[in-house]
Design a protein around this ligand. Structure first.
Ligand code: ATP
Length: 234
């Protein structure tokens, strides 16, 4: 579904992504882990179009994604849940979700998606009229994920959804991601909580210095000595 080949990108200074290649199949759950500054957020920015790569190819459903305007990309079925959540703080929880439903598929499926979202995150139903900025960090993360789901995506990209959350809350978030995956939505997750991210995924990549250093399923990655020492603390 998503194929990225030999991607190079940066911010005008030293190149951040230096020939990165990854793929995500339809309905697959893929995690990308790596140290701070490895380029994980930069990768997501190039997929959603906030940043233009200097070289390489991104294809979505066989189509050249780099030829599609950034504002059009959500309409293809790609939802980006950004780092730091970025909910609209003064809008109500429900208005935040409706903002996500601005794609044609999101409008068409709104009633069904809203029901599923409130089933996944019942607290958002209880808080639906409250300004999103007054919610806890974990609840705001739920709003950010739910806003992505409201667009009826086929690929949900999440940038460090567990950031700043207590372990019990991030565990809940990982459980919900597993349910979303079971609904058939492909997930591309970038995470610092390496053990959870790799255990949840069908496949994982280790991103280091702007390139993929290692790829495999949980068994392969958790069996790698360097991954065990550097990321799993084993
Ligand atoms: P983190 O977990 O710290 O967010 P990351 O793997 O997501 O790490 P990126 O945010 O992609 O890493 O950053 C990769 C490199 O690009 C870092 O060296 C960072 O300083 C640099 N960088 C990120 N954003 C910008 C920007 N807007 N302008 C210039 N340099 C940037």
């Amino acid at each position: 579904m998503l194929e990225i080949e030999d991607l190079h990108a940066g911010y005008g200074g030293p190149t951040v992504l230096k020939g990165l290649s990854i793929r995500v199949e339809a309905g697959e759950f893929v995690s990308i882990v790596g140290p701070n500054g490895a380029g994980k957020t930069t990768l997501f920015k190039t997929i959603s179009g906030i940043l233009s790569p200097t070289a390489g190819r991104i294809r979505f459903d066989g189509r050249d994604l780099l030829a599609v305007r950034p504002s059009e990309r959500p309409h293809l079925g790609i939802a980006h849940v950004p780092e730091g959540r970025q909910v609209f703080p003064s809008l109500s929880v429900m208005d935040n979700l409706e903002m996500g439903a601005s794609t044609a598929a999101g409008r068409r499926d709104w009633v069904r998606n809203r029901r599923r979202i409130l089933d996944l995150f019942p607290i958002l139903g209880e808080r639906s009229g409250q300004p999103a900025g007054t919610l806890s960090g974990g609840q705001q993360q739920m709003v950010a994920i739910a806003r992505g789901l409201a667009s009826s995506p086929r690929l949900l990209m999440l940038d460090e959804p567990s950031m700043g959350l207590a372990p019990a809350i991030s565990e809940q978030i990982f459980e919900r991601l597993a349910e979303i995956h079971r609904d058939g939505i492909a997930i591309l997750l970038v995470e610092q909580r390496v053990a959870e991210a790799l255990a949840s995924a069908d496949r994982g990549y280790v991103l280091e210095g702007g390139r993929i250093a290692l790829e495999g399923d949980y068994e392969v990655l958790s069996g790698d000595d360097r991954v065990r020492q550097a990321y799993l603390g084993l």
